[in-house]
Design a binder for this molecule. Structure first.
Ligand SMILES: [Zn+2]
Length: 247
């Protein structure tokens, strides 16, 4: 049951037919794991905290840098030098003190991911590291947890949704292979802020839909920030995928 303050706080989304009280309850009961606390996680977690997700678990080993601020909109100039996970937690609690937030300043490893993915309702991959993306996917496949993966570089963004609760869903490795090559960091290639913000915002929307049990087929969406246009590709499970099709 929502109290009066909660009814008011969430009133504008509760008015939406596709959202409703049952959807609000689903969010309140959810635990969302967010790996990476930068330009994707900034809008994704602000929207999820604002929407009333019950618990957010944040992980990042970096500190806020001056060169992050143009796109990592959860941070303020005074946060430079602080742990990203802790600084993000502070902003989320300031926005909505009813949300439980755990901040982990660490580089995630396979064991940590296995434990935290198992405990999560949905996983947001907000990293910029291909090896970590593969480890997150492997844990999501093992524990059949929905994975919402975002990426952005220069003027291009990618949003990939894999609802691995469905046994026949494709996984990240079905689409990208299971290699760890291909890292191209924003520090080398550059990134325009609203491009990564667009993808992070849609990660939040996809997470809300997944948590409210709306079916989302395995889809990769490519955003071209030069033309503001999207391309969409559906994916089927790869029967030879080394991650999700192993006997
Ligand atoms: Zn696969």
């Amino acid at each position: 049951m929502l109290n009066d303050d909660q009814l008011l706080r969430y009133s504008r989304q509760l008015m939406v037919e596709e959202f409703d009280l049952a959807g609000q309850d689903a969010l309140a009961g959810a635990r969302v794991l967010v790996v990476g606390c930068g330009g994707l996680a900034s809008p994704a977690t602000l929207y999820l905290a604002g929407a009333g997700v019950g618990e957010l678990v944040l992980a990042d080993d970096d500190a806020v840098e001056l060169s992050n601020l143009h796109r990592q909109v959860a941070f303020r100039s005074a946060d430079v030098g602080q742990s990203k996970a802790e600084a993000l937690k502070a902003q989320l609690l300031a926005l909505n003190p009813e949300v439980s937030v755990q901040a982990h300043t660490l580089r995630v490893d396979v064991d940590w991911l296995d434990r935290e993915v198992a405990a999560a309702s949905v996983v947001l991959d907000c990293t910029d590291n291909f090896a970590t993306r593969q480890s997150i996917n492997q844990a999501c496949v093992a524990h059949r947890k929905p994975l919402i993966s975002g990426a952005a570089i220069r003027m291009d963004g990618q949003l990939a949704v894999f609802d691995l609760r469905q046994a026949d869903s494709a996984c990240y490795a079905c689409v990208y292979g299971d290699g760890t090559d291909g890292d191209l960091a924003c520090s080398q290639a550059g990134i325009v802020g609203p491009v990564v913000g667009t993808i992070g915002t849609l990660q939040a929307l996809a997470a809300i839909q997944v948590l409210q049990s709306k079916p989302l087929p395995a889809t990769l969406r490519l955003f071209d920030g030069r033309t503001l246009s999207w391309r969409e590709m559906r994916f089927h499970k790869d029967p030879t995928c080394p991650v999700c099709s192993r006997p």
